[in-house]
Ligand binder design. Sequence first.
Ligand SMILES: C[S@@+](CC[C@H](N)C(=O)[O-])C[C@H]1O[C@@H](n2cnc3c(N)ncnc32)[C@H](O)[C@@H]1O
Length: 199
Amino acid sequence: MKRLGALVMENTLAYRLWQAPFVAEKLAPVLRHTNLASVRRVLDVGCGPGINAPHFQGKDYVGVDWNPGYIDYCRARFKGTFIVADITRHDFGTDRFDLILVNSFLHHVDDASAGRILGQLGPLLTQDGRVHIIELVMPPTRSIPRLLARWDRGDYPRPLADWRRLFESAFRPEVFEPFSLRRLGVRLWDMVYFKGRAR
Ligand SMILES: C[S@@+](CC[C@H](N)C(=O)[O-])C[C@H]1O[C@@H](n2cnc3c(N)ncnc32)[C@H](O)[C@@H]1O
């Protein structure tokens, strides 16, 4: 089930159909905790097929993903700069960003890589810049969200306490807000939103 899901989700259209209905709910805490008027440059780490891009229209938006199919799709449809790169190896030079978005990315990488990636992002923030992370939580008890987290193509949905440790190892925390994605009153995915500044 998990491997089949992974294959299907590599397809741009399948991914968008699956995730688009939830993007507004995932981004709601980011928008609630940000004064977008003061944001000029946005970096979207692991931007996928551009689901977040339309929410940052009018900003100098940079999306990075190592899947060339996703990036081709973004370039054809959205304003901004789209880069095919492995985020762990890409050199941003002197580029700095007011808002770095890491949406549903870190549950695809192990603890050591996640720590390294977050460590690289802090220095990319402007002085007033903030990182905004949205992640998939592994609930402790048997439930639909636990089943869906186990089926996710990412191998590292983490318990809340592990996410907190990981985020706070790289950033000074400002917001740590668990929330759930629901349909028809049913809790489907448990998520967490984190906002922080560079250490
Ligand atoms: C679950 S998707 C999330 C996409 C998007 N952030 C969203 O909110 O829908 C994770 C994305 O991370 C990308 N990815 C995984 N590892 C990466 C890496 N090392 N460098 C760049 N992109 C990576 C994948 O190609 C995929 O598009």
